[in-house]
Each structure stands twice: as C-alpha cells, then as structure tokens.
Design a protein around this ligand. Sequence first.
Ligand SMILES: *[C@@H]1O[C@H](CO)[C@@H](O)[C@H](O)[C@H]1NC(C)=O
Ligand SMILES: *[C@@H]1O[C@H](CO)[C@@H](O)[C@H](O)[C@H]1NC(C)=O
Ligand SMILES: *[C@@H]1O[C@H](CO)[C@@H](O)[C@H](O)[C@H]1NC(C)=O
Ligand SMILES: *[C@@H]1O[C@H](CO)[C@@H](O)[C@H](O)[C@H]1NC(C)=O
Ligand SMILES: *[C@@H]1O[C@H](CO)[C@@H](O)[C@H](O)[C@H]1NC(C)=O
Ligand SMILES: *[C@@H]1O[C@H](CO)[C@@H](O)[C@H](O)[C@H]1NC(C)=O
Length: 253
Amino acid sequence: MMKQLLLTTFPSLLLFLLIHSSQTLAQAPAPALALPPAPSGPTNVTRILEKGGQFSIFIRLLKATGEDSNLNIQLNNSNNEMTIFAPSDNAFSSLKSGTLNQLTDEDKSELVQFHVISSYLTSTQFQTVSNPLRTEAGSAEPYNFPLNVTTTGSSVNISTGLTNTSVAGTVYTDGQLAVYQVDQVLLPEKIFGPKAPPAPAPAPTKPKKKSSIAAPVSNTEKSSGTAVNFAMQNVVFLGVMMIAMVANFSSRQ
Ligand SMILES: *[C@@H]1O[C@H](CO)[C@@H](O)[C@H](O)[C@H]1NC(C)=O
Ligand SMILES: *[C@@H]1O[C@H](CO)[C@@H](O)[C@H](O)[C@H]1NC(C)=O
Ligand SMILES: *[C@@H]1O[C@H](CO)[C@@H](O)[C@H](O)[C@H]1NC(C)=O
Ligand SMILES: *[C@@H]1O[C@H](CO)[C@@H](O)[C@H](O)[C@H]1NC(C)=O
Ligand SMILES: *[C@@H]1O[C@H](CO)[C@@H](O)[C@H](O)[C@H]1NC(C)=O
Ligand SMILES: *[C@@H]1O[C@H](CO)[C@@H](O)[C@H](O)[C@H]1NC(C)=O
C-alpha cells in the first residue's frame, strides 16, 4: 500500500522538483553577500558545505574522489585562493539518471575539479574576469576545461558550452575561499561533449554472411534507398535461415 503510493507519487514529485528548480533558476536571485563568520581552525570545505544544507550529493562526490582533503590541503596554505561553484542537490537530481554512475573515477575527479577556480572571486571581480577561466580540472591541459563567466546587472552567468546557468547565491566567503551555489551541475565538454554520447543506442542485430547473396537483389532494387534496405533485411533473414537449416542438417548427419 505504502510502496504503491510511493511508486505513483514519486515521478510527479520528481517532476515538481525539476520544474521548481528551473523556476528558481529563471528568477536568478542576486548573489547575497551575507558573510557567515569564519570558523576557527583550518578551512574545511565539507564542513562549510554541510552548513549550506543542500549540497549533500556534492559533498558525497568530494569525499568519494578524495577532493575534499585535496582542497583542504590547498586552503591550509594561506597563499592559495579558491572559488567553488557548488551544485545544489536539485542540480544533481535534474541530471539525466545514471549520469554520475557511468563516469570513470578520473572523470568524477575532473568533474569536481571543474567546479573549482584557483583564485578568489568576489561578485565585483566576476565583472572583470577574462574568459575562459582556469579551473582545477585537467591538470595537464587546463584549457581543455574552459568555463566562462559573464555578468549582466547583478546576475553572474556561467557557461561551459553545455551548461548555461547563473550563480544562485553566496554560501561562504572569507577572503581566501568563496563558495557560490549553482543550480545546475557544470558539465565540461571534455567529458560530456559529443565525443562521449551518454546513452548508447541499442545495437541492431548484426547482419551475417550477406555478401554472396546480396549482389543480385540489390541490383534489381537500386532505385530507392529504403527499398534496398528492406531487401537487405530479407536477404539477411534468408541467410540466417539457411545457416540454421544447414546447421540442423549437419547436426542430423
Ligand atoms: C571536515 O568536516 C567534516 C564534516 O564536519 C568532518 O567529517 C571532517 O573530519 C573534517 N575534516 C577535517 C580534516 O577536519
Ligand atoms: C596546515 O599547515 C600547517 C603548517 O603551515 C601544519 O602544521 C598543519 O599540520 C597543516 N594542517 C593540515 C590540516 O594540513
Ligand atoms: C544571463 O542569463 C540571463 C538569464 O538566463 C539572460 O537573460 C542574460 O542575457 C544572460 N547574460 C549574459 C551576459 O549572457
Ligand atoms: C568563452 O569565452 C571565450 C573568449 O571570449 C570564447 O572564445 C569561447 O567561445 C567562450 N565559450 C563559451 C562556451 O562560452
Ligand atoms: C547557452 O547560451 C548561449 C548564448 O546565449 C547559447 O548560444 C547556447 O545555445 C546556450 N547553450 C545551452 C546548452 O543552453
Ligand atoms: C531440424 O529438422 C527437423 C527435422 O526436419 C525439424 O523437426 C526441426 O524443427 C529442425 N530444427 C530447426 C532448428 O530448424
């Protein structure tokens, strides 16, 4: 009973969340610059995100890739600066299902690093950055992972070539580290671009042994592409039948 209820309501709940998240995105609230007091002790990125309250999936990804300690170590050196675009849980739930699961460990690390800029960017600095920004992804060739930021009025837009979104709010700033909320996962072209289609189409059954019989049929049906295609299917079917019959015959010997 309970399960059934869940099964029927869950899809519409998902849809509601999806619509709702894109609505809040469209409203593009100006980044609020309310600064929570800096915690004492070394900066801890996951603790900061935990306080944000809606970054549990990003936190999980940071931990799974070991990027949480990597970033904390960088921040323990006060000469290092950092800006993190933290995707909210809504951002992750609006991804096509399986998007994260099909990534290799290396891709997951690079996806996380793609959300990190090695400099401290305030909302005024966003207006003067030169594009593309350098992210921490692609240690060898960082410009394989370009990220552009443009500002209109109080809205800070981010573009990866695959994702267009804007900064939805400020989570944390302390002069060294800035964390901004984004409501879409920033998808780098290097990982999600045309080279790696996310959903492989089901492979058609492979035609077998068509060469010998194919010639005469396609000669008579050359006029139209679909006709030839159809003829080829019949030829393949016949071929498979013949193989089966021969196999049956020889097995009866
Ligand atoms: C950072 O904070 C998280 C969550 O509060 C905690 O689990 C983790 O141990 C902390 N890491 C360090 C290096 O203190
Ligand atoms: C941070 O750096 C100091 C030295 O600058 C070191 O003593 C300390 O162990 C480091 N802390 C962490 C958590 O790496
Ligand atoms: C930023 O995004 C908003 C809303 O999506 C759009 O209206 C605006 O034109 C964009 N600005 C730039 C500079 O791309
Ligand atoms: C980013 O900005 C650079 C420089 O302006 C431009 O060449 C590139 O096409 C932009 N890419 C995207 C995805 O907006
Ligand atoms: C992102 O915005 C640019 C400029 O407005 C547009 O040309 C492009 O098609 C958009 N891309 C996506 C994936 O929405
Ligand atoms: C093989 O031949 C026998 C006898 O002709 C027939 O009963 C059987 O259905 C055939 N099997 C296949 C797989 O064609």
